[in-house]
Design a protein around this ligand. Sequence first.
Ligand code: ADP
Length: 580
Amino acid sequence: VLLALVPYVAVTVDRHQRETLGERLLAEARAAGDVLPWDAGLEGACARLATGLGLRVTVVARDGRVLCESGRPVAGMENHGARPEVREALARGTGRDVRRSASVGVRLLYAAWRQTRGKEVRVVRVAMPLTVVGENVAHLVRSILAGLAVAVLLGLAAALAVSRGMLRRIQRLVAFARALAGGDTSVPMAAERADDLGVLEEQVGEMARSVAATITELRVSRERLEAILRSMVEGVVVSDLDGRVVLMNVRAQELLDVPPGFEVQGRPLVEFARDPAWGDVTRDLADGTPVLSRDLTIGPGDRTLQLNAVRLSAADGEVFGLVFVLHDITEIRRLEVIRRDFVANVSHELRTPLTAMKGYAETLLGPAGDDRDTARRFLAVIDRHSERLGRLIEDLLALSDLELGRTPLRLAPVEIDAAVDDVLQIFAHRFSSLRVTAEIAPGTPPVLADGDQLRQVLINLVDNAVKYTPAGGQVRVRARPSRPPERGGMVQIAVEDTGIGIPARDIPRLTERFFRVDKARSRALGGTGLGLAIVKHIVQLHGGTLAITSAVGAGTTVQVSLPVAAPSHTRVPGSHGGRP
Ligand code: ADP
């Protein structure tokens, strides 16, 4: 605007000055006319006046003849009647013009006045160079431009200072927004000044605080949820309606054999569920069934998982996902199988002697019973079977008592040699064809055990060794400390025989109830198939371990390790425990 103003001001000032000067010159022309004589002496007066006023003075006659001209002789001067200011003055009384003077060679402002005296008319013309006006305008323009330059500089400096401050604050806001977007809510933000930007700063700071509070709240509830999911015994899998995993807790990953660190999110469920039943469940749920339960078989160990599935619905009832809860029921199913087998086994074991007894009894009731010898023989068979039945029931009761914890453990230090002696005494009558030895290492400490139950263990083991070792064989009962007291002392009792041995593949199953390598032989020898199961239970109750090694035809060694009685226990009187 100011720049556009400069030429306007220049033109206006120029015109105004010319106007003012023109008026003044006219007044001077009038004054000059008043003092200039009409006749002789005009030229001299003209020159003097011009010098006094510092102007050019010309007097022109009505016909245009120059009567006097300051600074020049009039002789030979051209007629001035055609000069515009002269013509105008003659016509209207005053005239004015600006032009480059042919005589002086500079731009001049002319003012002419028509002077009348009676019938005489002359035109008095004064002129002055316009250089002064030009200089004045130029000076003015220079001043304006200088002022403009100063204003521009000052304006720039002020703008720079203000914009610097603004820029810094905007940059601060940008950095803050960036940090916030990156999840960093710790950067403080408050209004720097009470202006519009300050309001924005205040609002942004407030927003950040509420975002931080929301994030914290979300984090806490998320962590709570994660902790719950992590500590759950059940596997939890959440999927969307298309069957893509949204969430899978650690337990579910374990159950589904997902390698640690594997990114499960967004993957289709079928990738993890190798049982097609899972696909059916997902489809049924997606088709509208609200709740489903199914057993799945999964993984290399043929694990049985119980799958409970429900649909996830929002508050407005819209279904947006599926939740699967996995429960490892492998153990439950295994125990169910064991129980079923056990019931079948018990029934079978009981039926055999009962059938035999019933058969013999019926025969005795018939004519065969009349024969005394036959009757005696048959009664002897019935007696043997009833004895076996009794043994079987006794063993079953002993086992169930152990399992149910009905026989309380009366723990006390038990001297091994005494217990072994007691047991070997019981079998003494059956040793005629075998060599039986007891080797208790000197310094073997007493064990902490229930004396009766320890004897039961020894009885079962020695009984087996004797049963499955042919005549001429050897049975050794050995005991020695197997772990020093400072590492939790243990005593190892081993019953070794040189009998028929056990095939390697059967060794892991020996402690199962009713498991026998050779059923017929065991029965014939009066075995129930429960002896080693009882041994295992007793040893476990004592916090000990059982190990069986065997080679077919070479013999079997059963090792039982039991904890040593603490020294304080050894001083307890009557430490021999119960009766054999
Ligand atoms: P049983 O009453 O039949 O002896 P156990 O539980 O004591 O039942 O033993 C289970 C099976 O282990 C026996 O039937 C037998 O086949 C085998 N067994 C146990 N001890 C020995 C041993 N010392 N030598 C060979 N086989 C043995």
